[in-house]
Design a protein around this ligand. Structure first.
Ligand code: PMP
Length: 372
């Protein structure tokens, strides 16, 4: 079986498992206790925070460890909400862990504004600049879209936000970018940045939120006051240390180049199907969304699943009808049905990717034949 749904999740690497085991078995102490063993764990966690900051390219600020990006996004957004007539701005392409918070905030009567997407899938920068004002409290816009792989120009977004709403916080859901796309937040002024370990061969159920200025954030969970009081609950030390280890040893640039080639190999193969449509303008090499006309994407996924595993765009929302990200890009409903998401991993070989493409093409042609 060739696994091409790496945007949904990835297998833990050997190094991740080894590190996990070390902190699950040998160094299992609660970092909040006062004896030396615990103090050491607490120090190691703090070193981990610095390592993640270094990878992000930031000097200032803190890392809050969480149970994954869903929690990081909730903390970033809910923790930024303030009393009064503030406005909250979201891109229309956000992951459900952001989009559904925005919807909930609307139900609560808060002023929520959605910024439309361009046909390329990027957020409409001009519309963004138009909705911002001195009442804007928070702007939330993802880095790489998990459905289409489209890359937003975060630097440009940051400049627009700083110019139009100098007191607003900028939150970036960086899940599909962190450890995948080479970037440096030193040059891009961001207040909050979410990441998740299981998207880059780390464990599930662990992530982090980078916070430039902790005093701008309120806790949403109450308890023992861990993580600077912003995320109570005993830290998942094995998960955190495993995440830090993978992040530390990954060669982002080398992997990017490798995956770029893999995507290209796949696309070369797809040339035999001139009617398939590649979605999105500037995209991450890790994600490819293809529309196969005339078939149901779900049926195609099931036809090939024994040999090749691919996704439908968002594992988190695949059970729901329709797909708002693609709809918000203006893709007609009849085309949406045939969408399939292929997502790569640097551990794949070119021959595996070529073989997978051939299987998908065969499956598609067989389906079309059946439907005649
Ligand atoms: N944001 C994006 C862009 C994602 O792709 C995902 C995972 N599908 C999440 C947030 C949620 O991450 P987690 O699974 O760690 O909660």
């Amino acid at each position: 079986m060739i696994y091409l749904d790496n945007a949904a999740t990835t297998a833990m690497s050997e190094i991740a498992i080894e590190e996990y085991k070390k902190y699950a078995q040998d160094f299992f102490f609660n970092p909040s206790a006062t004896y030396i063993q615990s103090v050491e764990i607490s120090n190691i966690l703090n070193e981990g925070r610095e390592k993640l900051k270094k990878i992000l390219g930031v000097k200032k600020g803190d890392i809050i460890f969480t149970s994954g990006a869903t929690e990081s996004n909730n903390l970033a957004i809910r923790g930024s909400v303030r009393e009064g007539k503030w406005e909250y701005v979201f891109s229309a392409g956000e992951h459900p862990s952001v989009y559904n918070i925005a919807k909930e905030m609307m139900r609560e009567g808060k002023i929520v504004k959605f910024v439309p997407l361009l046909k390329s899938g990027e957020v409409d920068y001009f519309s963004l600049s138009k909705v911002l004002n001195d009442k804007t409290r928070l702007v939330s816009c993802m880095y790489v879209n998990n459905v289409t792989g489209v890359i937003n120009d975060v630097n440009k977004i940051s400049k627009i936000v700083r110019e139009k709403s100098p007191s607003a916080l900028l939150h970036v859901d960086g899940v599909q970018a962190f450890c995948k796309i080479p970037f440096n937040l030193q040059q891009t002024d961001v207040d909050l940045f979410s990441l998740s370990a299981h998207k880059f061969n780390g464990p599930k159920g662990v992530g982090a939120l980078y916070v430039k200025n902790k005093s701008g954030l309120k806790n949403i969970v109450f308890g023992g006051g861990q993580e600077y009081g912003l995320r109570s609950g005993t830290e998942n030390v094995p998960g955190i240390m495993s995440m830090v280890k993978v992040a530390e040893q990954v060669d982002i640039k080398k992997n990017y180049e490798k995956v770029f080639k893999l995507k290209d190999c796949f696309l070369q193969k797809m040339k035999v199907l001139p009617d398939v449509k590649i979605v999105g303008g500037i995209t991450s090499p890790y994600i490819l969304l293809i529309i196969f006309p005339g078939v149901n994407g779900e049926t195609l996924v099931r036809v090939i699943e024994k040999d090749v595993v691919v996704g439908r765009g968002s594992a988190c929302s695949s059970k729901k009808a329709g797909n708002y990200v693609l709809e918000n890009m203006g893709i007609p409903i009849n085309q949406l049905k045939g969408a399939i998401r292929i997502s790569f991993n640097p551990n794949l070989s070119e021959s595996e990717v070529k073989q997978a493409a051939e299987i998908i093409i065969k499956g598609y042609n067989a389906l079309l034949e059946k439907l005649k």
